[in-house]
Design a protein around this ligand. Sequence first.
Ligand code: BTN
Length: 240
Amino acid sequence: LGHGFHLYERIDSTNRLAMEFLREGAAEGTTILAEQQTGGRGSNGRQWESLPGGLYLSVILRPQLKLADIFQLTLVAAFGVAQSLGRLTGADVRLKWPNDLVIEQGRRLAKVGGILTETRIQGDRLAGAVVGIGINWDNPVPAEAARLKPLSRRDLDLAPVAAAVLLGLEQSYQLWHQRGIERIVSGYERYLVNLGQAVEVPGHDGQGRIIGIDERGALRVLFLDGGEALVMPSELRLGY
Ligand code: BTN
């Protein structure tokens, strides 16, 4: 990944441009990085504040994937990025389902980054996807979020962070091809902060507990009566 590399000082959104490149036929691995975004896209239609000092990058992927399995790409990316950032910085970077990178600060979770996967679908198949990664490295962030650079044992500028994140994504993507989604699921679960958390699920009585995720990225929730629910990311938003 990252062989076709496009670097911008300032752009509206690396994901938007990557989707344009994808439509124009850009190769798998094409990567776009911006030092600043003026219209950064977050999940659920939110904005992603993207001031200088943060890492903003998007990668084009063209996997063979059934539409029902599209969310696997976000699992692959989240696992690879969490693992690489942990190794690079020594910080305990974890995952909050489905696509947030967080660290524990005392008893609260602070968001240090996020993944936004966008897809291009033609007919009944996936024509390609863009995995967008935003990391709060040294950019100004809101009080409830956190920056990673001050938590890092090494004083790094953005270039090695970008390289580590890309490598982490690539290794996870290869692992997925070679060993399958089971390996990604177990890797992702090792970083998941939500294990054991009590939740209420729309359409189910009482509280359940989060016991993991399934191979489509759905949250597995176990209830006291032994029943289990699978909850897709669009159905439930976990709080901070
Ligand atoms: C989230 O809401 O947690 C996902 C945030 C994803 C932000 C990244 S920054 C690089 C890429 N380009 C965008 O416009 N968004 C993603």
